[in-house]
Ligand binder design. Structure first.
Ligand SMILES: NC(=O)c1ccc[n+]([C@@H]2O[C@H](COP(=O)([O-])OP(=O)(O)OC[C@H]3O[C@@H](n4cnc5c(N)ncnc54)[C@H](OP(=O)(O)O)[C@@H]3O)[C@@H](O)[C@H]2O)c1
Length: 328
């Protein structure tokens, strides 16, 4: 194995054009880590935020973008017993997925589900870890509850609709076009709401209110989300695409006993993310293996076309996931 590899780096904060091919040293597996020879790398909205300079990587993470990848184990670090060289895996990464090789804690890797190819497997970690921890751990979604997910056609949204449906929730989704709404219904949503034409508050209130909302918009959505919640409802905030600052009426929270919470995945401890991986393998991997759920694939770009992939992501025309083909 050569000591150097091809990677895509963020040359300076800015638009997609700041993503440029580069040559870097191949990472070495530290204690508890594996190095993966990357086949496909998932492209996620947080990568675009990192590129733009609004979402800095944790201090100990690679500066290269890329939060998830699939591929083959190329090196096993001290203390790792589960994986051996040659195993096919998909993994959540601290960063560095836009590269031929990437190091990650071994406990953040999962087997490629039986019957799934490496291309689809690359689309699993970032959205499945995020949805599991926010919708089921933090949000406590139960079968029979009314669940509203904003951005229903996003990577996160398409995952949330499928998982919540598979676990027996009644799912409502918002999206910005009729084509996106049709995709949400195709994935199991009972009702998809085109937010450009309809008011999600009125629709959810008519149903008795949402027991749980997963929101990536924030801003002006916050007061409307509070109105759309049922008594004792929970709002989980995972992003702020519509803005971070907003005025709200705290009385809503008291009078209807609402819970407002949120999280980001990347800065959490290795142990916390390992627990999410364990839960996914136990609760969700059987659904993937059985073909009951599957990542929604929008498009594939060549590794060297990462800038084009970001430009496309930021048009928001996609439905589901975008991947970079690195090798394989
Ligand atoms: N907290 C965490 O741990 C965590 C982890 C992963 C991702 N995230 C966040 O979750 C969000 C979804 O990630 P993703 O990779 O699934 O994204 P994505 O596929 O790029 O989808 C984002 C979608 O949000 C919708 N949207 C609504 N309001 C928007 C606005 N003001 N600006 C831009 N888009 C808007 C767009 O669809 P419409 O046409 O329907 O508007 C867009 O397609 C991102 O904000 C990401 O940063 C958070």
């Amino acid at each position: 194995m050569s000591n150097t590899m091809q990677a895509i780096e963020i040359t300076k904060p800015g638009g997609p054009e700041v993503l440029k091919p580069t040559s870097r040293a191949v990472p070495v597996a530290g204690v508890g880590e594996i190095v993966i020879r990357v086949a496909y790398a998932g492209v996620n909205r947080p990568d675009a935020a990192q590129r733009a300079g609004t979402y800095a990587p944790p201090p100990d993470a690679s500066d290269l973008p890329g939060l998830e990848a699939s591929g083959v184990v190329a090196e096993v670090g001290p203390g790792v017993t589960r994986w051996k060289i040659g195993d096919e895996v998909c993994a959540l990464l601290p960063g560095g997925g836009y590269a031929e090789y990437v190091a990650t804690p071994a406990v953040h890797a999962l087997p490629v589900p039986a019957g799934m190819d490496l291309r689809a497997a690359a689309c699993l970690p970032e959205t499945f870890f995020t949805v599991w921890t926010n919708v089921f751990d933090r949000g406590g979604l139960q079968a029979g509850e009314r669940f509203l997910v904003h951005g229903g056609s996003s990577g996160i949204g398409t995952t949330a609709i499928q998982l919540a449906t598979a676990r027996g929730a009644r799912v409502f989704a918002t999206a910005g076009s009729s084509e996106k709404c049709a995709a949400c219904v195709g994935l199991g949503a009972e009702q998809a709401i085109n937010y450009r034409e309809e008011d999600f508050v009125e629709i959810l209130k008519a149903e008795g209110g949402a027991n749980l909302i997963l929101d990536m918009v924030g801003g002006s959505y916050l007061p409307r989300n509070l109105l759309a919640l049922a008594t004792e409802g929970r709002l989980v905030q995972i992003a702020l695409l519509g803005g971070a600052k907003v005025e709200m009426n705290l009385a809503q929270i008291m009078m209807r006993r609402l819970t407002l919470t949120g999280s980001t995945l990347r800065p959490q401890s290795v142990e916390a993310k390992a627990q999410i991986a364990e839960a996914l393998e136990r609760e969700v991997w059987p659904l993937l293996t059985a073909g009951r759920i599957a990542p929604v694939m929008d498009s594939e770009f060549a590794f060297t076309e990462a800038a084009a992939a970001h430009a496309y992501l930021e048009t928001s025309k996609h439905i589901g996931k975008i991947v970079l083909k690195v090798a394989g």
